[in-house]
Design a binder for this molecule. Structure first.
Ligand SMILES: NC(=O)c1ccc[n+]([C@@H]2O[C@H](COP(=O)([O-])OP(=O)(O)OC[C@H]3O[C@@H](n4cnc5c(N)ncnc54)[C@H](OP(=O)(O)O)[C@@H]3O)[C@@H](O)[C@H]2O)c1
Length: 436
């Protein structure tokens, strides 16, 4: 067997600890697959005194992750600190400067600086592996970068945030509100103390930015992503979705057409029997539409120490074997700038829930405003207080409109006019219906 590959692991939290443990526990099997032993020779974290349940005897400890990246004890640097700036970025940049391959799970870093890092890595002739940065243990990066190399991809769509999918699944099953469900998710450790990054859709956006670059050979453009979170969802919307034959998911969707690249993260209704709609709990799932293979779906654990370590180790093994692929599938210098498709041009069906002040003529006025924008309604459902026959009442009633395919700009104009008419109370709920 050839020389061992000496691995430095920066960050020994949930993922880093799992990586170190699994590399040791499965050393023989991994060596056989890698063609050489893979040995952790150096680690870095902030608190040297913390018991991490790891045997770190004989392993060099660095207080500074960049120092680990510079160390001669290390052939490959695994960055598992997290964050787009600071220690993680410095560690990765230092490793590349020192011509050391990098493996990272850091979607925030790559979504912001992926193109610059890919260029630097290609100049230094070192690979960057980031399988773990998108959908945790699901091998979606390799699938797009290598498995589908003979295809032109037209759309990638997925459940990219396990916390949001857990909340939506529980709200649906237990018929509870968003706030109660989020508090439960926090107690169970499925949501952070500050959940904004997850429930606001930003974590999914970082992953989507990477999927777009892999799918379309474009520069990462996280600022070009239209992002809405899940906080507006109500048990009523979920019940209506069920009655209409849909399920509601937080989706990341990227498509390419003549209009440009459309990247969006938002709640979406999907036909109940579609593969992605059926994915429950913290599981992630990604569907790829490609010209040669057709549609492909991958699903699995999107987070957790071991699931994410599985993806990190797959990258380490590839590098140990000498397998190289450009970071985003095509050379970094060939990545095209993104031509953004305006969200106003998005086409599809819409679920619109309005809280309508119940007075004569309100429903007709709403229908007129929709018609003025050329929007055809597939159905209108009105839900008042059950058993009450004396209308109108002071209480607003829920009116749900389902549109045929239209575009976002038309929907926004119609809703602005409806709001200006004074027939509704509070902001409309708008959930896009995703094409199969
Ligand atoms: N957790 C998941 O399920 C998951 C899934 C997919 C991707 N990821 C990504 O994996 C990365 C790591 O996530 P994680 O959940 O393992 O994070 P974590 O549990 O918070 O661990 C972070 C580690 O980095 C260390 N650290 C923080 N600042 C440092 C610094 N300045 N210098 C050196 N070390 C520093 C911490 O040290 P101390 O332990 O001493 O505090 C800790 O060991 C992130 O990019 C995350 O987005 C995580």
């Amino acid at each position: 067997m050839t020389e061992p590959l000496k691995v430095g692991v920066a960050g020994l939290g949930t993922v880093g600890s799992s990586v170190v443990r699994v590399l040791k526990q499965k050393a023989d099997a991994i060596a056989a697959r890698a063609g050489r032993p893979v040995v952790v020779t150096a680690v870095s974290a902030r608190d040297k005194g913390r018991d991490r349940g790891l045997d770190l005897s004989g392993v060099a400890w660095h207080m500074d992750a960049s120092q680990l990246a510079r160390s001669n004890d290390v052939d490959l640097v695994v960055e598992l600190i997290g964050g787009a700036e600071g220690a993680a970025r410095e560690c990765v940049e230092t490793a590349i400067e020192r011509k050391r391959p990098v493996v990272t799970a850091n979607k925030a870093l790559l979504a912001r600086h992926g193109v610059a890092l890919a260029r630097a890595a290609e100049q230094a002739d070192v690979p960057i592996g980031f399988e773990a940065a998108v959908a945790g243990g699901v091998p979606i990066v390799k699938t797009l970068r290598e498995g589908l190399a003979g295809n032109d991809v037209s759309r990638v769509l997925g459940i990219l945030n396990g916390t949001c999918n857990y909340i939506l699944t529980r709200m649906e099953h237990d018929k509870i509100g968003f706030a109660e469900c989020l508090a439960d998710a926090q107690k169970l450790g499925y949501a952070e103390a500050d959940p904004t990054f997850d429930v606001g859709g930003f974590d999914a956006a970082h992953k989507l930015a990477l999927l777009t670059s892999l799918a379309f050979g474009t520069e990462t453009d996280v600022d070009g992503i239209y992002v809405e979170g899940i906080a507006s969802i109500t048990p009523f919307d979920l019940k209506m979705a069920e009655e209409l034959g849909y399920r509601v998911k937080l989706l990341g969707v990227t498509t390419r057409s003549n209009g440009g690249v459309e990247q969006r993260v938002h709640l979406a209704m999907l036909p109940r029997d579609s593969a992605i709609a059926r994915v429950d709990g913290v599981t992630n799932a990604v569907e790829i539409d490609a010209d040669v293979v057709g549609a492909l779906v991958l699903a699995g654990p999107g987070a957790g120490g071991d699931a994410t370590a599985s993806a990190v180790i797959a990258d380490i093994v590839d590098i140990a074997r000498g397998i190289r692929a450009p970071v985003f599938g095509v050379p970094a210098t060939k990545l095209a700038p993104v031509r953004r498709a305006a969200m106003g041009t998005h086409e599809g069906g819409y679920y619109i829930r309005l809280s309508v002040i119940d007075r004569p003529g309100a429903a007709a006025a709403i229908a007129t405003r929709m018609a003025e924008q050329g929007i055809s309604l597939r159905s209108i459902v009105q839900r008042g207080v059950e058993g009450e026959f004396e209308r109108p009442s002071a209480e607003p009633v829920a009116v749900v409109l389902i549109t045929y395919a239209t575009n976002e700009a038309a929907v926004r104009s119609a809703l602005d006019a409806i709001e200006a008419d004074g027939h509704i109370d509070g902001a409309p709920q708008v959930i896009r219906i995703e094409k199969r």
